[in-house]
Design a protein around this ligand. Structure first.
Ligand code: NAP
Length: 297
């Protein structure tokens, strides 16, 4: 068996076109309709600057008015909270994204919780996360990576109901909410984490119909761990040495792609799998927010 490769780049591009068309159409009906995203970046981390640039470029391509508020690395917590408070009260703003990580003197929990639930397009605030975990509540926003993964699985007609699902990782932004979403979709979900033994990992993975790995360790999932026909979603972003590259390294996921390719039924590559879906879900969440604010949802 050779697994079908799930093309996150193509699927995200299709969704991006839909978002562009929908914004165009809504603007043609109502000239005041203008989705607006504000990204707050504290400091100058080069990786953060790259992610911010990518998000702003993608925003403008689909018709979202995106801007960056760049703040000095030594901004005080109170000044940052005040800035967020002002944006919460600015009716023209539909999404506020705090680029993480923040410098260590800032309390990430407090800062992400300060974003008003209606504008928390990252879905990281306690209120949004709590709604995912509550049985009948509907979260205003689902965090972009889990939302992108659920979209991919649905797009690829992967059945979740009655399936054994293993989610590797339990972070607030990926593994935790994703496990709950998969469970709500009818899967029987096992979440593995740093305290899971290798024997347990093997036991659960060998019985899994779907494995999602969001751990951040290259080659964490190998072909010998999985059962034939399993669907594999690789969230990991890791860098391993590679002399053939100018930079001396290459990006890879958590999954040993080659050994899993011949056993899985479907698999996402890295790059080109989950990553592009995460970016497009930021845009989707801003559009949903603008529609909600205009009374269109
Ligand atoms: P994180 O906050 O560091 O969480 C990592 C999770 O992995 C934790 O729950 C940790 O368990 C678990 N873990 C660590 N070592 C383990 C082990 N040996 N066995 C089993 N579980 C282990 O990371 P994250 O933010 O969730 O991101 C995870 C990975 O996905 C990273 O590589 C990140 O770069 C990538 N990522 C990619 C995208 C994308 O769009 N492609 C988006 C977000 C993240 P404990 O809870 O016990 O510590």
């Amino acid at each position: 068996m050779t697994a079908e490769i799930i093309d996150g780049k193509a699927i995200s591009s299709e969704l991006r076109n839909n978002i562009t068309n929908e914004i165009k159409q809504l603007k043609s009906i109502n000239e005041n309709f203008q989705p607006k995203l504000i990204i707050i970046q504290v400091g100058e981390r080069p990786d953060s600057s790259t992610y911010v640039r990518m998000k702003l470029k993608s925003s403008s391509e689909v018709g979202i008015d995106g801007s960056l508020i760049k703040l000095s690395n030594d901004i005080s917590q109170d000044s940052l909270l005040e800035k967020i408070h002002d944006l919460n009260n600015d009716e023209s703003v539909h999404g506020i994204l705090i680029q993480l990580p923040l410098p260590s003197h800032l309390d990430e929990e407090k800062i992400t919780n300060a974003v008003k639930q209606e504008k928390d397009i990252d879905g990281f605030s306690e209120l949004n996360l709590a709604a995912i975990f509550k049985k009948n509540a509907v979260a205003k926003f689902i965090p972009c990576t889990p939302k992108g993964i659920m979209y991919l699985l649905n797009h690829e007609n992967v059945k979740i109901k009655n399936k054994n699902v293993v989610v590797c990782g339990r972070s607030d932004i990926v593994g935790g909410p994703l496990s709950k979403l998969l469970e709500k979709a009818g899967g029987t979900v096992t979440t593995v984490h740093s305290q899971t033994t290798s024997d347990q990992l093997k036991f659960y993975c060998q019985n899994a119909d779907i494995i999602v790995s969001a751990v951040g360790i290259a080659n964490f999932i190998t072909g010998d761990l999985i059962k034939p026909g399993c669907v594999i979603i690789d969230v990991g972003t890791n860098y391993v040495p590679d002399d053939s590259k100018k930079s001396g390294q290459r990006m890879c996921g958590d999954v040993d792609f080659d050994s899993c390719l011949s056993k899985a039924s479907k698999i996402t590559p890295v790059p080109g799998g989950v990553g592009p879906m995460t970016v497009v879900m930021v845009l989707d969440n801003v559009l949903q927010s603008a529609k909600r604010s205009a009374g269109l949802l």
